[in-house]
Design a protein around this ligand. Structure first.
Ligand SMILES: Cc1ncc(COP(=O)(O)O)c(C=O)c1O
Length: 390
């Protein structure tokens, strides 16, 4: 059998239609979008068409979208840019306890090195945050709340509209990282009520190194870079025209098939969860069954280390991930599962299967066939697990 890729939350293959849309801008359409001649004008037209396409999907004005190199950069601009804009008046931030490192690390930098207060909004056992708890954390000094939309490790989808109702009332800016949710569940910046929103291309069958940040009209943030008037000076640097065209095409395709993909992958997720929990005793689902990105299935197999399971699956031709790919290699359990109250031994035994467009029932059946003996073997090698079962 061909290798089975179940790590679509780490990245996705580029859709052939996206490659096709990008190619002219890597070949004859190589102009710099800032140049006034015909080459530049063609590039500029493509750039603005891409902006319109993306704006149409997330329901904002094209002028509210700023192109970046991806999710990490968008998150950093939102967190650091807001903090630097407000630092003389407001020096407190609230982040989600289950944020991606692209939000947590700039927030921690501000906390440890730049005198900002930082509070993390707790989540329940399914990864959901509460608006009541958020209201308790906001102070008169809070300049930004940053809570992700869809979680990369568990697939939990936050009720962002309920959270932004709180920040709006208190006059605090709200940023959400929608890197994993966009193209998979509905993302409408007006319905969500957010002031800023990050997205990236490579999680939705677009190119790596191409993303965007929505900044609502009227929101002021300080730039992190200087050196040009690109993106209204908020993100100077010659635009990656081919990458941006690819991002827009990828989002357009994802949006078109979003509902059918959601239905198909929800059914496949439920099928897999049911079969695997029957085939392997003593396993835990860390992902929620509702309010989820269905392609993300996070399971714990106590008695077997997540990393060992991943390596064994790899030998069988299955690519999955333990926790988030960006922190893979770290031995401590993921901060996401820890924040959800998952005990240490279960956190260390977690595996994330992230399905995609090409994932079929046959693929999942193969995992259901090869995984139980792997878990049995690893558990047999764990004296603590054997003792706990005795
Ligand atoms: C939730 C989330 N935010 C941000 C990022 C970073 O995005 P990028 O890889 O485009 O920098 C990722 C990627 O893993 C992610 O899953």
């Amino acid at each position: 059998m061909e290798p089975i890729y179940l790590d679509h939350n780490a990245t996705t293959p580029v859709d052939p239609a996206v490659v096709e849309a990008m190619l002219p801008f890597l070949n004859e359409g190589y102009g710099n979008a800032s140049s006034v001649h015909m080459f530049g004008r063609d590039a500029k037209v493509a750039l603005e068409q891409a902006r319109e396409t993306i704006a149409g999907v997330i329901n904002c004005e094209p002028s509210e979208l700023y192109f970046t190199s991806g999710g990490t950069e968008s998150d950093n601009i939102a967190v650091l840019g807001t903090a630097y804009q407000y630092r003389k008046k407001k020096t407190h931030l609230v982040g989600g306890a289950t944020e991606h490192h692209a939000v947590i690390e700039p927030a921690e930098h501000l906390h440890h090195h730049e005198g900002f207060g930082l509070d993390l909004l707790p989540v329940d056992s399914e990864g959901f945050a509460s608006a009541t708890e958020l209201a308790k954390l906001i102070t008169d000094h809070t300049c930004l709340v940053s809570i992700m939309h869809g979680n990369n490790e568990t697939g939990s989808v936050q009720d962002i509209a309920a959270l932004t109702a709180v920040t709006r009332e208190r006059g605090v800016l709200f940023h959400t990282d929608a890197v994993q949710s966009i193209g998979k569940v509905e993302v409408d910046v007006k319905q969500l009520g957010v002031d800023m929103l990050s997205l990236t291309g490579h999680k939705i069958y677009g190119p790596k190194g191409s993303g965007a940040l929505f900044i609502r009209q009227g929101v002021k943030i300080a730039p992190l870079f200087y050196g040009g008037a690109h993106e209204k000076k908020r993100r100077p640097g010659t635009e990656n025209v081919a990458g941006i065209v690819g991002l827009a095409k990828a989002l357009e395709i994802a949006e078109k098939q979003r509902e059918s993909d959601f239905t198909r992958l929800s059914e496949l997720a439920d099928y897999f969860i049911e079969k695997i929990t029957t085939a392997v005793p003593d396993i835990y689902l860390n992902s929620p069954r509702t309010r989820r990105i269905p392609q993300t299935i996070n399971l714990s197999f106590p008695g077997a280390e997540g990393e060992s399971i991943i390596l064994s699956l790899d030998l069988k031709g299955v690519a999955a991930s333990s926790g988030s790919a960006c922190t893979s290699g770290a031995t401590e359990p993921s901060h996401v599962l820890t924040a959800m109250g998952v005990p240490l031994e279960r956190g260390q035994a977690a595996v994330r299967f992230s399905m995609g467009r090409v994932t079929t029932r046959e693929h999942m059946d193969y995992v259901i066939e090869v995984l139980p003996p792997i878990i049995e073997r690893l558990r047999a090698m764990s004296p603590t697990y054997r003792q706990s079962q005795a």
